[in-house]
Design a protein around this ligand. Sequence first.
Ligand code: ZN
Ligand code: ZN
Length: 368
Amino acid sequence: MRIKNWGIFAFIAGYHVLLLALLPAYISVFSWESLVLFGITWAISVFSITAGYHRLFSHNTYKAKPVYEWACLISSSLAIEASALQWSHDHRIHHSHVDTDKDPYSIKKGFWYAHIWWMFTYNDPIDERLVKDLLKNPRVMFQHNHYGLMTIAVNLLVVGIGCFFMHPIAALFAGFFMRLFAIHHCTWFINSLCHVWGARTYAKELSAVDNAILAFFTFGEGYHNYHHTMANDYRNGVRWYHFDPTKWLIWSASKLGLVSDLRWVSDVKLRQILVKKDKNLLLERICQEIDETSKELQNKLVSLSDNFEEKASALMAKVRELKNATEERRKLLEIEIRQHKMELHAMWKSWIKLTELTSARYELEHAH
Ligand SMILES: [Zn+2]
Ligand SMILES: [Zn+2]
């Protein structure tokens, strides 16, 4: 595909070449302090994109105080990934048109296109209807209007500070080129590898995957299949053992009063959605079969999913009731809720078994 954005192409290709060219000089003046500078600026730049650009500005999964927004908007200059407005705009289109031609970084156009090439060819103007909320945010607009200046100032400052502790070439190499290379490819892997290599845990119909290795390098963003399924959740890794430092940062910031209104999907709600999705998908795939077993499986899928739905709704109604219940009623409700949860858990296990059985029989991809 033909290059349209020559400026971006020259910048990205240019710094990759300089990175290689400066490597021997960096090795000759290497110091451990330069790795510390790299580590700190890399971590800050990752958080500015994951917690700031992605989960706050693109998806509004929580609300933030101005000081927190400023911290994200200023530190994102270390990542050099365009303004928050532009980034969120493109990302919102990615979500609403994933795997289609309208997706700015569609994996259907190839791995390298999704990873890097799209930035050289995609230059659609900002559609204001998609970012109405951000256009009203004075901090986001300030960053958008002064993006170039802010980026130069922050990066000069970082390299300048580095010069006090190490050789200027080490400060420039580790505090700029190496860090930029690392943050860029980590982010780009979400658009490329995270749409190819991993498990489709929640939405089998999407190219997005969950990948724990990528989650490690991207502070949690590697749980991309879940994210595409529940983009309104401030977490990407939903299990307690999932490595998602971004959700820990947001949670900690909420305890400090810097952010609030964290949005997340409960386990019951999530399973409810999955059961509905699985049922429709499996029924659609096996409805062409006319043998006895398929009829029986169809009936089982429908009745088990109906029972699950009923039990889940009943549980949620009881949880709601709990909020205004009297002390006496409360005790009873808590027992009932525990009972419901146990029954739902058993149903969930049976559901997984049934979907696996159906998938195996009709050679479909496993549901979970
Ligand atoms: Zn997203
Ligand atoms: Zn994606």
